[in-house]
Design a protein around this ligand. Sequence first.
Ligand SMILES: N[C@@H](CCC(=O)N[C@@H](CS)C(=O)NCC(=O)O)C(=O)O
Length: 207
Amino acid sequence: MKLYYKPGSCSLAVHIALTEAGEDFSIELVDVQTQTTRSGQDYSTINPNGYVPALALSDDEILTEVPAILQYIADQNPNAGLAPAQATLERTRMLQYLSFTASELHKSFSPLFSNTPPEGAARDAVLAKIDRRMGYIEDLLSDGREYLLGRNFSVADLYTFVVATWTAPTNIDLGRWPNVKAFVARMKARPAVRKAMIAEGLIKDAA
Ligand SMILES: N[C@@H](CCC(=O)N[C@@H](CS)C(=O)NCC(=O)O)C(=O)O
């Protein structure tokens, strides 16, 4: 298996999930601007939509879209404890949080990463939307739960965690949402999270 990624982007959630699952995989860096991979492949032949992540299961079987890839990894590794059982309310709840993170939280940050980020009132409008979406996660975690689903970790936590870390490069104070800040710290303490972040050059190996 090969994961096509960009450091710190949403592909990091997949990278962590593969690591949590103990999968045998390699990673290949993608320059999404030039659509070229580290080994010189034309990335648009791997994902015609041009964005990361893409998970190549084989030469002719490539998965895209974060929520789909995360669930695939969880289902292929049932003993890794990455998702509730299929066809349960808990599973649907996980899908709810994956969908929310994909279409609401992730996309509310997207304008800030464009080649022409908004300024002034336009940036304020983007920040107001982020505030509302992050506020939803903040409220969810306000009952003291460790993970989005409560006591059970799932791949939904990985995706929400990664998006929450984007507050740093966009100069948004994560301290505005203390429960989310504590959640991010909990996630960063997971060995698989550290391992993937070190592999992507996002943090240094203390050892
Ligand atoms: N719907 C896609 C969104 C992927 C996405 O937004 N990827 C970003 C990084 S987080 C990207 O590659 N952006 C570069 C681009 O769109 O050109 C998914 O779930 O995989």
